[in-house]
Design a protein around this ligand. Structure first.
Ligand SMILES: [Zn+2]
Length: 376
């Protein structure tokens, strides 16, 4: 309904694709208000940022004593993970880089990864998925019409990282996730990545071949690790500094010959297709809004500039058709099958089996015993 359209007065979150958005008396959305409140936890004086990073580095170094590597760093070829690897090296750590190759790397991502490990002189462990199984999982998620197709990748990436870390006796996983440039995600624009019950249920309903080698991590194992540090420790160094995406990109370009690929997470051909074609066309979701809104709060882009950017479609028309044809062919969808997928109304993840209720129950207990901070 065009007449009901509203956009936030501070950021670019709006009513399109998000029935949950609310505005306060100043016309500001709950995502901006929430992030604005948390932001001071991620803003530091230069001295404090230095102390934070030294403290973290010392912990990692101590844990790595006598071992081949101090920590594991996941790299995708994108800005945040590349910068995290660079940071580890700058701090004098001995990281092992791990890359999860799900078959969808762009040429730019491959060259960024090669450049990065060569120039930083770090070892790279590449995990390549069993393509037939992985494609069957991706296909089943499309057929299921649920929003978070990426949970297949995100879950397995964590699981593989844990097994590699175990193999090398590595305790610390350093991760490029960060609050300052990625917050404000509306609920139901993605799903709990550790909901293995959901993955299995969706595949059971829509998959065509048995899944044998797909590595996954369950919610309980993830929470035990994350909350209690059992089996590994995930840390996000970018949350310990005044992280600026713009500055990180400049530095990577100048020092490491790194190349930009034209959009957040577009280092993967699949993610690009998913975020710039599938989500907007089927779910009315344009993730650029979340990304720009975070950058507005972080002072890296003006609201006016973001609104201007959003006027152009997320895909360049020429690339859109080429990528669409490529993705359909690679996943083995015919035009008519794909058309049916695009015409099927979206379903909720909860329309399939899920560990959602168990999770809420455990979170409830956790809330009562300890202050919950999703970014800790
Ligand atoms: Zn807002």
């Amino acid at each position: 309904m065009r007449e009901n359209y509203r956009i936030c007065n501070k950021c670019v979150m709006d009513t399109v694709g998000d029935p949950n958005i609310e505005f306060d008396k100043d016309g500001v959305c709950q995502y901006y208000r929430g992030s604005e409140k948390s932001l001071p936890n991620f803003v530091f004086t230069d001295k404090q940022a230095r102390i934070n990073q030294e403290k973290l580095t010392n912990e990692i170094r101590t844990a790595g004593k006598g071992k081949e590597y101090d920590c594991l760093v996941g790299i995708s070829g994108g800005v945040d993970s590349s910068y995290t690897a660079y940071w580890a090296k700058e701090m004098g750590l001995r990281p092992l880089a791990i890359h999860f190759d799900n078959g969808w790397n762009s040429e730019t991502a491959v060259s960024n990864i090669e450049n990065l490990v060569k120039k930083l002189d770090i070892d790279l462990y590449t995990y390549v998925v069993n393509w037939d199984e992985f494609a069957d999982l991706q296909r089943s998620f499309f057929k299921a019409s649920v929003v978070d197709v990426e949970m297949i990748t995100d879950n397995s990436h964590k699981a593989v990282s844990l097994s590699v870390a175990k193999k090398y006796g590595i305790k610390y996983h350093i991760h490029g996730g960060n609050f300052r440039t990625e917050n404000m995600m509306p609920p139901f624009w993605n799903w709990n990545k550790q909901d293995v019950r959901n993955i299995k249920s969706i595949h059971k309903r829509h998959g065509t071949i048995p899944i044998k080698s797909y590595k996954y991590i369950t919610d309980s194992r993830w929470e035990i690790m994350r909350r209690l540090g059992v089996g590994g420790t995930f840390v996000m160094p970018l949350n310990q500094m005044n992280y600026s995406k713009t500055k990180a990109m400049e530095l990577l370009k100048n020092r490491l010959g790194w190349r930009y690929y034209g959009g957040k997470h577009f280092e993967s051909v699949f993610t690009k297709f998913y975020q710039a074609y599938y989500l907007p066309e089927k779910f009315n979701i344009d993730k650029r809004k979340v990304h720009y809104s975070s950058l507005i709060l972080n002072g890296e882009i003006s609201r006016e500039a973001a609104i201007e950017e959003l006027k152009s479609p997320p895909y360049k028309i020429s690339e859109r058709e080429t990528d669409r044809a490529f993705v359909l062919k690679k996943l083995g969808f015919s035009e008519s099958e794909w058309e049916e997928i695009m015409n099927t109304p979206p379903k909720r993840h909860l329309d399939y089996k899920s560990n959602y209720k168990t999770r809420k129950f455990i979170q409830g207990i956790y809330h009562k015993t300890k202050k919950w901070n999703p970014f800790s």
